[in-house]
Write a protein that binds this ligand. Structure first.
Ligand code: AMP
Length: 126
């Protein structure tokens, strides 16, 4: 079943400038901003500017330029947040909740970058 992108989702409104965000980084194809309800001391969302619902949607149909820009933007955010393990940062977790099982709340692809504390086990066992 093809993805239907809802252009009234909150991140689409941020991209159109209809509501503000606390911007961390903007590139040609990507935007990163602080999560409004942080789950860790460092919690940034990285989104593509294009209309993609989930990670798999993006991976399947985005252009190479968009994909490169997005992946590099995630790397730049890790640098800005000073979480890069190779640079003495404490490490991070990158999460992209997708669809029903992933409990995705906002239907515009986003990767959470979390750090600043020990983040515990990857998922709940139950
Ligand atoms: P998810 O459950 O993976 O879809 O995560 C959606 C995330 O978006 C949550 O962590 C929310 O706190 C965050 N969020 C919702 N609205 C905003 C907003 N206006 N600005 C920044 N983050 C937001």
């Amino acid at each position: 079943m093809p993805y239907n992108y809802d252009d009234q989702n909150i991140f689409a409104k941020i991209l159109r400038g209809e509501i503000p965000c606390n911007k961390v980084l903007e590139t040609e194809h990507s935007l990163a901003f602080h999560d409004i309800n942080p789950a860790a001391p460092k919690h940034v969302l990285v989104i593509p500017k294009g209309s993609y619902v989930t990670y798999d949607h993006f991976a399947q149909i985005a252009s190479s330029e968009e994909i490169t820009d997005f992946v590099r933007a995630i790397g730049k955010v890790c640098k800005i947040l000073e979480v890069e393990p190779s640079q003495g940062g404490g490490g991070f977790r990158a999460i992209s909740n997708s669809g029903e099982a992933g409990l995705q709340e906002v239907p515009h692809l986003h990767v959470h970058i979390l750090g600043g504390r020990n983040l515990g086990p990857m998922i709940s066992k139950s």
